[in-house]
Design a protein around this ligand. Sequence first.
Ligand code: UFG
Length: 337
Amino acid sequence: MRVLVTGGAGYIGSHTLVELMGQGHEVCVVDSYANGSPEALARVQTLSNGTLEAHEADIRDTDRLTTIARAFAPEAVVHFAGLKAVGESQRQPVEYYDVNITGTLSLLRAMEAAGCPRVIFSSSATVYGEPVYLPYDEAHPTAPTSVYGQTKRMAEQILTDWAAARPEAAVMLLRYFNPVGAHPSGRIGEDPQGVPDNLMPYLAQVATGQRPYLQIWGDDYPTPDGTGIRDYIHVVDLARAHVAALDRAAAVTGAEVYNIGTGRGSSVREMLDAFSRAVGRDLPAQVMPRRPGDIAEMQADATKAATQLRWKAELDVGDMVASIWTWQSANPKGYRT
Ligand code: UFG
């Protein structure tokens, strides 16, 4: 298929390009490079056959997006472009609503102008909010607790309403759990700007000596070792879920929602120990008070993706930490080296 990828130069976007191109899809990237890098695209090109067309553009620029979409004539869009930091979203709500909501509306206008009926959307398990029960299945109530989560939930609603109004449309809403890891080549990976908020990129910088120690945000949660439990998913598995969703979107119409996780949870201490084993020494850590807004535990029920998309995660925590270490040790400053 001809696939337009917004935000293709970012972390999940770049890994998805490799999988799409590996399956013979033709791709065209639109990225503002606000949180992605042209270097990531250059490296995707070296890992892939086929040519990678890329345009520097802001998805809110509807005229430009429409021109690009009309020229490329995509059969489907994978929509990653958006802002994604929970803490920042609380301080800059207008910016988050503008990029994530105005951007999605702008994309739909460009898709309509180009006659494209399919979109795979990068959503998040954060739309669920506080667990009413675990593991979360797709029917769990949605009650996001951050502006970021609200923008994902609202964009899901917009896309669902769009599909309801167009009999030919197919919308796949993918709710990611905690994406981690890197391509096994070590050529592409996660390249956070500034101090990483998330556990694994932070730990990766502890391993290279850029940070003195991991701060464990609380060890008094009601979990076996007291630290928070998450459903970490290897970014390569996550990338493959998009290819599976694209196949599904070619065969069905309407809007569908899928959890994309492994169905298994790991604690902060388990991730720290696994990463220490990959690096070959004990990484330093200190227990700190809980981080405001964190929940004790979250895990996916990923059976719907297994049955409908015929996709399931195949890589384990060992693969996740090994690939992060391969990437981080070869690129301690990410793409800025
Ligand atoms: N943690 C630490 N120290 C750190 C960073 C994190 O102990 O320096 C702990 C957290 O307290 C939590 C776990 O590691 O228990 C995971 O935290 P992350 O920040 O890596 O991930 P979150 O689960 O908080 O959030 C992530 C994404 C969000 C997304 C959410 C749900 O960052 O964008 O998953 O999908 F919304």
